[in-house]
Design a protein around this ligand. Structure first.
Ligand SMILES: NC(=O)c1ccc[n+]([C@@H]2O[C@H](COP(=O)([O-])OP(=O)(O)OC[C@H]3O[C@@H](n4cnc5c(N)ncnc54)[C@H](OP(=O)(O)O)[C@@H]3O)[C@@H](O)[C@H]2O)c1
Length: 410
C-alpha cells in the first residue's frame, strides 16, 4: 500500500495532538484515503526537550532537512508567529506539498499570498484550525457557499475572553482575578494581550471574511475592542436586565462593502450566544436560502484543534486545487432589518439632560445608566462630548424585563 508522508512543524499543544491522532485514528485515515498516513518528520525549536516520538521519525530544528526528505506530501504547521513560518510554508509549497496551518496570525497576514502560491503549484491549503478550533466552520462555509449566498457571520471566536467574562459573572470576580484564573487553567498566556485586546478574534474574522466574501474589509476600518473595559459592576447591571456581555466578531455584507467589528456587546436570552459559556466558541452564519445556523463547540485545546487539522488532512488529499481567486457569490443583508440605522445601547456615565431629541430613551436602569435607541453616530458623538460615558450595543430585540432590584434602584 502506498503511503502519505507528513511533516509536522511544531510539537506543542497542537502539533503533539496531531501526531497522536494520526496514530490513534490510523485505521480510519487508511479507510478514507486508501493509503497509510505516516509522520516522517517533526520540526521543533529545542532539541533537548523530552518528547514521545517514535523511532524512525526525523526530529530536527533544521527545516532544510525536512525539505530534503525523499518523499514529503503534506506539511502541517503548528508553530507560533508569522516568521519563520511563512517562509517555511512558501518553500514547502514550492516543493509541491499540500499545506495545513493552525497559525491564524500568520494566515491572516499572508493567507492570500500562500493561497495564490498553492494555486500556482497545484497543491491545496487547509486552514480549518485557524478559526474556532474544533468547530468545522471553514468546511461548513465552503459547503454552504456552493449555492447559498452568505450575508452575515457573527462569532464568539476567542475562548479566553469568553472564559473571563463567564468567570466574572458567575463568580462575581474582577477582570484581574478572572484573567489569573484563565492563566492558571492554561487558557491564557503569560502575555494575554492578543486575546483580551481582541487581536486574536480580529485575525480570525479577517480569515472568515476572505472565505465567505472573497475579500477582507480594510483592516484600519475594522472596529477592534477587547474586554478590558468591562467591569464587574457593568456585568452585574447587565445581568439584572437579563443581558450578558459577549465578545463578538461580526461581518456583514452591506451596500457593496463589508462591515466588520470585533467588540464586546450585550445579548439577551433569546440570542444563540447567550448560553455560550467558558472557553466555548460559536459561529452564527446567515445565508439567503438556509437562514441562520449556529455552530458551537470547543474553540481550542489539543484534540479539538487536532480534529480540525485531521479533517483538513482528508480535505487536502481528496480535493482538486480550486482557484483561490474565485469570489463567492454574496448579496447584501436587507437594510429593512434596521430602517433608521438605530441600534439599542446600554450607556452609563450619562445625565438625562445630555440625551438629545434624536435619541430614544427606553429605560433608566439606575442613576446615569440608560438603555437607549440611537444611531451609532449619535452615541459616538455623545461619547466624544462626555468623557465619562461608556456604551455597549445590545444585539437582537431588547425586551424590557427589569428585575425587582433594578426597579427599586430607580
Ligand atoms: N493551542 C490551541 O488550542 C490552538 C488552537 C488553534 C490554533 N492554535 C495555533 O496553533 C499554533 C501552535 O499553537 P500551540 O498552542 O501548539 O503552541 P505551543 O504549545 O507553544 O507549541 C509551539 C511549538 O512550535 C515550536 N516552535 C516555535 N517556534 C519554532 C521555530 N522557529 N522553529 C521550529 N519550531 C518552533 C515549539 O518548539 P519547542 O517545543 O522546541 O519549544 C513548540 O513545539 C499557534 O499558531 C496557535 O495560534 C492553537
Amino acid at each position: 500500500m502506498s503511503v502519505i508522508k507528513v511533516a509536522i512543524l511544531g510539537f506543542g499543544t497542537v502539533g503533539e495532538g496531531v501526531y497522536r491522532t494520526i496514530q490513534s485514528h490510523a485505521d480510519e485515515l487508511t479507510a478514507v484515503l486508501g493509503k497509510k498516513v505516516e509522520v516522517a518528520a517533526v520540526l521543533i525549536k529545542n532539541k533537548h526537550k523530552e518528547r514521545e516520538i517514535r523511532e524512525g521519525v526525523l526530529v530536527t530544528n533544521n527545516f532544510a532537512e525536512i525539505l530534503e526528505l525523499p518523499q514529503l506530501d503534506i506539511v502541517v504547521e503548528a508553530i507560533v508567529d508569522k516568521e519563520p513560518t511563512f517562509t517555511f510554508l512558501k518553500k514547502a509549497i514550492e516543493r509541491g506539498c499540500h499545506i495545513i496551518t493552525a497559525n491564524k496570525e500568520m494566515f491572516a497576514h499572508h493567507g492570500k499570498e500562500l493561497l495564490n502560491l498553492a494555486e500556482e503549484n497545484h497543491v491545496t491549503l487547509g486552514f480549518e484550525a485557524t478559526v474556532a478550533g474544533g468547530i468545522p466552520v471553514i468546511q461548513t462555509l465552503r459547503q454552504l457557499l456552493k449555492i447559498n449566498r452568505v450575508q452575515q457571520i457573527q462569532g464568539i471566536l476567542n475562548g479566553t475572553s469568553n472564559f473571563i467574562l463567564t468567570e466574572m459573572r458567575v463568580k462575581k470576580q474582577s477582570f484581574a482575578e478572572s484573567l489569573l484564573s484563565a492563566q492558571v487553567n492554561g487558557y491564557a498566556e503569560a502575555d494575554p494581550t492578543n486575546d483580551v485586546e481582541g487581536y486574536d478574534a480580529f485575525y480570525k474574522t479577517m480569515i472568515l471574511s476572505r472565505i465567505a466574501f472573497g475579500e477582507e474589509p480594510n483592516w484600519q476600518d475594522v472596529e477592534r475592542e477587547g474586554i478590558t473595559s468591562i467591569t464587574s459592576e457593568l456585568i452585574e447591571t447587565a445581568e439584572k436586565l437579563g443581558l450578558r456581555f459577549k465578545h463578538i466578531a461580526s461581518l456583514t455584507r452591506a451596500g457593496g462593502s463589508i462591515k466588520a467589528s470585533v467588540k464586546p456587546v450585550l445579548v439577551g436570552n433569546e440570542h444563540p450566544f447567550y448560553h455560550v459559556e467558558g472557553v466555548e466558541n460559536a459561529v452564527n452564519v446567515f445565508s439567503d436560502i438556509v437562514g441562520r445556523i449556529t455552530l458551537q463547540g470547543p474553540g481550542a485545546g489539543m484534540y479539538p484543534t487536532a480534529s480540525a487539522v485531521i479533517e483538513d488532512l482528508v480535505y487536502v488529499c481528496q480535493s482538486k486545487p480550486v482557484k483561490s481567486s474565485a469570489t463567492p457569490t454574496s448579496t447584501s443583508i436587507s437594510e429593512s432589518e434596521n430602517p433608521q440605522g438605530k441600534e439599542t445601547w446600554l450607556v452609563y456615565g450619562l445625565a438625562k439632560k445630555q440625551l438629545s431629541t434624536s435619541i430614544l430613551w427606553i429605560e433608566q436602569v439606575s442613576d446615569g445608566t440608560y438603555i437607549i435607541q440611537a444611531t451609532k453616530k449619535d452615541v459616538a458623538q455623545l461619547a466624544s462630548q462626555y468623557n465619562a460615558l461608556g456604551y455597549y450595543p445590545i444585539l437582537g430585540e431588547y425586551k424590557v424585563e427589569m428585575k425587582d432590584e433594578v426597579l427599586t434602584a430607580l
